[in-house]
Design a protein around this ligand. Structure first.
Ligand code: HEM
Ligand code: HEM
Length: 275
């Protein structure tokens, strides 16, 4: 996917979630702000209540979106479903989209009334969503192939350029300047010996180098520094991510089990939605 298309993809998914939150809050506002004990007298109680045509529908559609968002991701990641057509990276973004929109619909399904054992499913859902946000932050710290496979330490190290060599051969900088630039990119250099980006710019300004080359050099050292930081953090992040699955997955399972019971109970009570 080209970068513009990708931005459009992310942008439209985020817009849908924001518009849904806005629409659902706006249409049901007067009902949701009515105290629980007075809701029965609200003119649209039969519409907005969790078992109402609208409230119930939100629960069903929301749950369906979550189930779909989880199963398609797992099917692709673990069982190689449509491996050629679906790239893991984009599918994870789709997982995040469906599993954010779904919980929003479920929230409005509950009409902000959290009672009974089903409230455990609700709070598990909140925990999964929050842990998802944390997981996403860790996930993007781990360099990956285009396919979405995490790179090994060796593979990331191979991505590093021999900065000193390039600065000497291509840009003809003298050894003291090269040393300064290299220390900017190394993680082990102590803070007091590490020059700031501003300092590098000043040093470059005093050299007779073409403006475009200066830009290229700064871009190169910035890239190398960020890669250096990632390498230093890689093992920690991979470990953190393994621990993270221990939170995200079980909460998802708790939620699933209780929702199944919740649906069975509501069916037993005769709530059939529009059917
Ligand atoms: C993640 C999914 C879901 C969560 C977290 C959830 C949560 C809740 C909560 C908190 C309530 C209000 C309980 C109360 O009155 O105090 C509720 C009510 C209800 N839910 Fe769900 N729900 C979910 C999915 C569903 C689905 C898929 C259906 C239908 C197939 C459904 C049907 C109902 C019905 C009919 C009620 C009203 C029950 C009554 O008034 O006694 N829910 N739900
Ligand atoms: C109700 C909502 C959600 C449910 C039920 C859910 C469930 C799951 C499940 C079952 C997995 C697969 C875990 C595995 O392969 O071991 C997963 C992966 C993941 N989810 Fe969610 N999720 C939800 C929402 C979110 C949200 C809102 C985000 C981010 C903001 C998110 C981010 C992730 C990430 C980063 C992964 C890991 C991808 C990987 O290891 O390949 N999830 N989710």
């Amino acid at each position: 996917m080209n970068p513009i298309l990708h931005k459009l993809y992310i942008g439209s998914m985020a817009t849908i979630v924001v518009v849904a939150i806005g629409y659902l809050s706006y249409t049901g506002y007067s009902y949701y702000v009515t105290p629980l004990e007075e809701r029965f007298y609200h003119p649209r109680h039969d519409w907005f209540k969790p078992s109402g045509a609208y409230g119930h529908g939100l629960g069903i559609v929301g749950t369906f979106l979550i189930l779909f968002g989880v199963s398609i991701y797992i099917a692709r990641k673990r069982y190689g479903f449509m491996e050629k057509q679906l790239r893991l990276k984009y599918l994870l973004e789709f997982h995040i989209f469906l599993c954010s929109l779904g919980p929003v619909l479920v929230l409005f399904h509950t009409a902000f009334k959290f009672g009974g054992i089903v409230s455990i499913a609700f709070w598990s859902m909140v925990a999964v969503v929050l842990s998802g946000v944390i997981g996403r932050v860790i996930y993007i710290q781990i360099p990956r192939t285009i396919e979405g496979r995490a790179l090994s330490l060796q593979e990331v190290q191979n991505m590093r350029t021999n900065l000193a060599q390039v600065l000497q051969d291509k840009y003809k900088l003298e050894p003291s300047t090269i040393k300064l630039f290299v220390s900017f990119t190394t993680e082990t250099a102590s803070a007091e010996h590490k020059p700031s980006l501003g300092k590098l710019k000043t040093v470059l300004a005093s050299h007779q180098i073409h403006k475009n080359d200066k830009g290229e050099i700064l871009q190169l050292v910035r890239r190398e520094r960020s890669l250096g930081k990632r390498i230093a953090r890689l093992e920690t992040m991979k470990r953190l991510f393994r621990y993270w699955h221990v939170a995200h997955l079980p909460f998802a399972l708790i939620m699933l089990v209780i929702v199944v019971i919740h649906i069975a109970v509501t069916l037993a009570f005769g709530y059939k939605w529009i059917f």
